[in-house]
Design a protein around this ligand. Structure first.
Ligand SMILES: CC(C)(COP(=O)(O)OP(=O)(O)OC[C@H]1O[C@@H](n2cnc3c(N)ncnc32)[C@H](O)[C@@H]1OP(=O)(O)O)[C@@H](O)C(=O)NCCC(=O)NCCS
Length: 171
């Protein structure tokens, strides 16, 4: 298992197929997935993981498993991916946490770690978060990671028009 980065309470490492049950607790939950218009199926969970494993090989980065150092428990996913905006492809920090572990500052802590990794290890000069306009929790995580709003555009997903804000922070 490849460790990517550490923060005071968290360790971010590449996901493996052994993580599928922990990931299912997250993506199989309707409330957690409301920004995607509802829970994924188990098949979508498997496909989502395979996409990340391919991304690690092709890009050298992706969405990583977030592990609580104190217990070894996988509590979320956070990492970097290529994201689409109206002005092209951008390196995007994404985060999704198990609802049982929300409101502990974990997402903000992980996002700050990913920002540091994006600048120092990957050499990006700017990193982004693309957030649905209804997702206050996610906007607050972006703000806690030092980001500000740069623009907005509409994404089309699962047949729905979803206005999104583009946040970013520069090196
Ligand atoms: C977004 C998410 C990752 C936040 O996780 P979290 O670990 O609870 O976030 P944190 O505890 O680090 O909180 C970060 C900031 O957001 C705020 N926040 C957290 N949940 C919030 C909510 N439901 N509404 C408004 N603000 C919220 C916190 O107050 C905190 O700000 P502060 O430090 O100034 O008080 C989590 O809610 C989640 O997994 N949501 C579903 C997936 C998702 O929508 N991901 C983002 C897609 S763009």
């Amino acid at each position: 298992m490849k460790t990517i980065l550490e923060t005071p309470r968290l360790l971010l490492r590449e996901m493996t197929r052994d993580d599928l049950p922990a990931l299912w607790e997250i993506v199989g939950d309707d409330e957690t997935m409301y920004a995607w218009n509802g829970a994924w199926s188990e098949q979508e969970n498997v496909e989502g993981l395979e996409k990340q494993l391919r991304g690690y090989r092709e890009n050298g980065f992706g969405r990583w498993a977030v592990v609580l150092k104190a217990t070894g428990r996988v509590v979320g996913m956070c990492g970097l991916m290529w994201g689409d905006t109206d002005s092209g492809r951008v390196p995007e920090i994404g985060y999704l946490f198990n609802r049982a572990f929300w409101h502990n500052g974990y997402a903000a802590e992980a996002a700050v770690g990913c920002r540091r990794y994006a600048f120092d290890a990957l050499g990006f000069d700017e990193v982004f978060a693309v957030v649905r306009d209804t997702n206050l929790a996610s906007m607050n995580v972006a703000i806690r990671a030092g980001m500000t709003v740069r623009g907005r555009f509409t994404k089309h997903y699962r047949g729905v028009d979803m206005p999104h804000y583009v946040f970013s922070v520069r090196r």
